[in-house]
Design a protein around this ligand. Structure first.
Ligand SMILES: [Mn+2]
Length: 333
């Protein structure tokens, strides 16, 4: 049997830290991710779509969004939905092709000698893996278990019930990953913020052959760029880096940097040019360091040590920044 595993779509997410017009586009791109997956299922005769929780971002999605989801998946043979911590109150109207895990339960698909087990969230607390022992393994068939949570490899290996599974489809962690040879996080279909670096997509599986594949499919990416040089004009940044209008950039300024640098103005300028850039000034203000060193007080030796550590790359420049700001504040008092 072939399946597509996805989850953590967080449909309806507000993306409140983005400009409203872009937040609207991103919300739409989450729907497009699901649309793309449905298309893949239909074109490749993939009979099972596993949604491992957090389909919706909010506990009570709007009726409009509920219907949009139902319409989107109506042509798929089997859609299995787990409730996650974001949508544990999710209530979907009954449909022939829809299987929503109410708590800890199993669904049978005799045509494929398949039993899909799962554990939905029923409140703000995570369900207990021990409760899975109430379920029955399908002897001589394919057993799959859908779970939503932050698991360690050992949590899963410790459960006798899970040892009998052919495959574990995991949700909740937004970065795709693997816990052992049969347990996979598909991750979210799109990155949500600057900490979500790397590819996002979904998993295609074929059991019992055991063929599992991660397919990258994100519409946009986040990039992190670190710059050592002094850059005091946003235009320099555009000339030096070939940014595109589509993606999101977190630019970290390192090395000697002017303390008068107005990163907010630079961000405004870049955003007017149509780029999504978040600037972070982690540079060192050499003028201030020199002034502090010349004071010759109890702080000078400490500053010298930290400065050496940073120069030898033994210490993160952030320590120095922190030290300077603490000292600066103490002088102002
Ligand atoms: Mn979650």
């Amino acid at each position: 049997m072939k399946f597509l595993q996805s989850g953590d779509y967080h449909l309806g997410r507000s993306f409140f830290s983005m400009p409203p017009h872009l937040a609207k586009i991103r919300r739409e791109e989450l729907w497009q991710a699901l649309e793309g997956q449905v298309k893949i299922c239909l074109e490749n005769q993939i009979d099972y779509l596993f949604i491992t929780g957090d389909l919706f971002d909010k506990e009570k999605p709007s009726l409009k969004n509920l219907n949009r989801f139902l319409d989107l998946v109506q042509d798929l043979p089997h859609v299995l939905v787990l409730r996650g911590n974001h949508d544990y109150q999710l209530s979907l109207p009954p449909r022939d092709n829809l299987y929503v895990f109410q708590g800890t339960e199993s669904f049978d698909f005799p045509q494929d000698r398949l039993r899909v087990h799962g554990q939905s969230w029923q409140g703000p607390q995570a369900p207990k893996l021990e409760d899975l022992t109430d379920l029955e393994v399908l002897e001589g068939g394919v057993n799959i278990c859908l779970l939503h949570g932050d698991f360690k490899k050992k949590d899963l290996e410790d459960q006798t019930f899970l040892q009998a599974m052919n495959y574990l489809a995991l949700g909740h962690i937004h970065k795709p990953g693997k816990l052992g040879d049969r347990a996979y996080y598909a991750g979210s279909p799109e990155p949500f913020d600057s900490s979500d670096l790397g590819e996002r997509g979904y998993i295609l599986g074929d059991l019992p052959q055991g063929d599992i594949q991660f397919i990258p499919a994100n519409a946009r990416s986040y990039h992190r760029i670190e710059i050592e040089d002094k850059l005091d004009l946003a235009q320099d940044l555009l000339d030096k880096l070939s940014l595109n209008h589509k993606d999101f950039y977190q630019v970290i300024l390192k090395g000697p940097v002017d303390s008068n640098l107005r990163t907010d103005l630079m961000e405004d300028y870049l955003s007017q040019q149509g780029y999504q850039v978040q600037l972070e000034n982690r540079g060192l203000d050499l003028g201030r360091i020199q002034a502090y060193q010349e004071r010759g007080d109890v702080f000078t030796d400490l500053l010298k040590q930290v400065l050496e550590g940073v120069e030898n790359k033994d210490l993160d420049p952030l320590y120095l920044q922190e030290l300077l700001s603490i000292y600066g504040e103490s002088l102002e008092e």
